[in-house]
Ligand binder design. Sequence first.
Ligand code: FES
Ligand SMILES: [Fe+2]
Length: 396
Amino acid sequence: MTIAKDDIPHVGPGTAGGAWLRRYWLPVGLESELFDIPKALKVLDEELVLFRDSQGNVGLVGQYCAHRGASLEYGDVEERGLRCPYHGWLFDVNGNCLEQPSEKRGKEFCAKVRHTSYPVRELGGLFFAYMGPNPATPPPLPNYSPLVDHGGIRQIEPTRHFNYNWFNFYENSADPVHVWILHGSSAYGEQSWGNRFFSTDDPPNFEPVDMPYGMKIVMSKNTGDSVIVDEMSLGFPSILQVGDTEFVHGKADPKKLMNNGSDIEHFMFITPNDDHHFMMFTVDYYTGPDPNFFTHLTEMRKREEPKEVLKFYDTRPLMPFRGNVRREDIVTQGTQKLLGERREHLGTSDRGVIMLRKMVLESIKAVAEGGDPKGLNLKEDSNGLVKLDSFVGIRN
Ligand code: FES
Ligand SMILES: [Fe+2]
């Protein structure tokens, strides 16, 4: 089987990229956003509904009823499961059919029906689903550090939705050059630490490094007597972690950075809906001294609004964007076509992206050949946490 870069962005059943993604637990929703009604959503190009029965069990099941295909998005949540509004078939979170009120022949027919369902687990306010080949024996759900209480405060942002291919976002994190060019006049450029570290005239050096969980980009700048380092990690298959949020968006005192490093973990979990949409679950965990850190962070982020005045003839749909890091990312990643469907000329500054694609292809190939992909059984630290590197500070 030949695997090529064109395979990476495709996520549906039967695709090589989709088979790779299906080997990991992927977040599919937030505890705080699931109420007493089902929620329709697409995950890896499969139409599903997420629901919590009134005993608290959470299920991710096929959207269309196993009987004659009415949407279970309009079903009723009950104690034992989800009931289709059309003829009242009742399904539990494991896809078992429990009741068929219109069938009088006894239980045999009901027992024969297996509705699509995937195992779901909750961790730190996120629901993770496993859509892989062995649902009875999934790999362990990693104890991702910001999702496990360890003496700090957690913030989970509302789910964000994007309408372009997930890999455009993911591989952007292996490309630090865009930080000082695209974001050069927004948050990164506005405060003393970011201004110096990400200066366009004197940008940091960077190197991609192969890690057991995936890879990281180590950016560094030699100031003469010390080396300042800022790391960004890519956990397989689709997690990003940055550590400089406190200094870039929280505007923490650069002196503190020099002395203590960063007190924040900032994880972004990407889950593809299909080849042209993905959702993002953003979790921050702060272990520093400011009890109102997240209130301050929110206030700071609000100020990061585009400052351009829109010209009256400018009807470009994503204008204005300069001045807000997140919008700058959408304008650039969101206008790239799918990997494999665009023309490219990669240079030396694309070395992070080149290495990431190579590693992803190796993992896709491993799965296609019946093996395990990278980052499936991550080691916990002595506190039982799975961490992705995000060191920010001085390294002598
Ligand atoms: S279509 Fe769902 S019970 Fe008939
Ligand atoms: Fe960016």
